[in-house]
Design a binder for this molecule. Structure first.
Ligand code: LMR
Length: 400
């Protein structure tokens, strides 16, 4: 009965890892998926995460009961505080509801399904380009996906006029997906002045902002600076949605830990919204897993562990920034044609190199370097040892 099933293509991002794993070359390098690696090219479990896990294991009072449908209460409160700041009006006025979800993707999906059921406007505008999964997540959630201009290939920067024009002509009430910081895949963010203009436009047109915050602390090394865009929207009295992920900033990729927050006008509305979120979640996966959220809550509520986390987080962000400088200097030293200054101007985990899909295919075939076909490379996958190999490959690709 399944003989008619057609083979689906691999995922454009996770499929890169599948291809990488099959390559026997010792020189192979995976710059596809956004996952942090050490200078030795190894995945990293933060020390503070190991400590928290030890505390959890030693606590014999802990059991493996089901969590509530919206997850661990402590985790939810602390997550809202982390992204908005403790003084944020929605927290002070108790008009925010937060549900622990399956990392950023799960938070986006639950938020999308809630909006498709309970919000009057089903259209969501996403930046062009955006993370490859956004369109699929929101389409399957029941929303209609349109895009707004974001990236300008000519300047390798923000197409701010295009962005403003497209949001200005979006129907009143439309949902707008915004990357809180470290835009994926371009590494191009609005300045704070530009954020302010976006905020005013969004509010004056009655658009509904939905933030995807996957890199808090990872872009600049500061948890507060990377949350500034979201905080401004949350503080202005209007509604917004926020999807948070702890995959990158706590290195909890496979634990699937994240949160969806919905900022409402009143506490009463927030509690009704929460009751409906439960109806979205229960038939989807019943309730979320306990381990990752317990790690996060343990770290966020203990001042020493929290401080230790910020130091480790900054070290990861700094290593990525140093990789940007090393790659830029290396291409310059080699005399590779082109202006590569965008490598040091873009921020976050990724550099949007400007290499086209043929150049990417060439680099994979000849140099065993794996990356997404849009030319995005994960700077977190690079190390001082592998910068020369990547430089050779880019040089060969652009001078062929
Ligand atoms: C990425 O863009 O590489 C990450 O967000 C991982 C993923 O799930 O795609």
């Amino acid at each position: 009965v399944f003989a008619h099933v057609v083979r689906a293509p691999e995922d454009p991002i996770l499929g890169v890892t599948v291809a990488y794993n099959k390559d026997p070359s010792p020189a192979k390098l995976n710059l596809g998926v956004g996952a942090y690696r050490t200078e030795e090219g190894k995945p990293l479990v933060l020390n503070v995460v190991r400590k928290a896990e030890q505390l959890l294991v030693n606590d014999r009072s802990r059991v493996k009961e089901y969590l509530p449908i919206v997850g661990l209460a402590d985790f939810n409160k602390l997550s809202a505080k982390l992204i908005l700041g403790a003084d944020s009006p929605p927290i002070q006025e108790n008009r925010i509801t937060t549900a622990q979800c399956l990392s950023g993707t799960g938070s986006l999906r639950v938020g999308g399904e809630f909006l498709a059921k309970h919000y009057h406007e089903r259209t969501i505008y996403i930046p062009q380009p955006t993370w490859g999964n956004h369109t699929k997540v929101f389409t399957l959630a029941g929303l209609s996906v349109k895009s707004y201009r974001y990236y300008d290939p000519a300047t390798r920067g923000l197409n701010f006029q295009g962005l403003l024009e497209d949001l200005r002509s979006a129907p009143a009430g439309a949902i707008v997906l915004l990357h809180a910081c470290a835009h994926n895949p371009t590494g191009v963010d609005p300045t704070l002045e530009q954020w302010e203009q976006i905020r005013q436009l969004v509010r004056s047109r009655g658009l509904l902002p939905f933030f995807d915050s996957a890199y808090q602390g990872f872009a600049s090394g500061s948890l507060d600076a990377d949350a500034e865009s979201v905080r401004r929207f949350a503080a202005d009295g209007g509604e917004c949605l926020i999807a948070q992920s702890y995959a990158k900033n706590m290195g909890l990729y496979g634990e699937r830990v994240g949160a969806l927050s919905i900022v409402c006008k009143t506490a009463d509305v927030a509690s009704k919204v929460e009751s409906q979120l439960k109806l979205v979640i229960r038939p989807m996966y019943s309730n979320p897993p306990i381990h990752g959220a317990s790690i996060v809550a343990t770290i966020l509520k203990d001042r020493d562990l929290f401080n230790e986390w910020t130091i480790e987080l900054k070290a990861m962000a700094d290593r990525i920034i140093s990789m940007r400088h090393q790659l830029f200097e290396s291409l310059r030293a080699k005399g590779t044609p082109g202006d590569w200054s965008h490598i040091i101007k873009q921020i976050g985990m990724f550099t949007f190199t400007g290499l086209n899909s043929e150049q990417v295919a060439f680099m994979t075939k000849e140099y065993h370097i794996y990356m997404t076909s849009d030319g995005r490379i994960s700077m977190a996958g690079l190390s001082s040892r592998t910068v020369p190999h990547l430089t050779e490959a880019i040089h060969a690709a652009v001078t062929r």
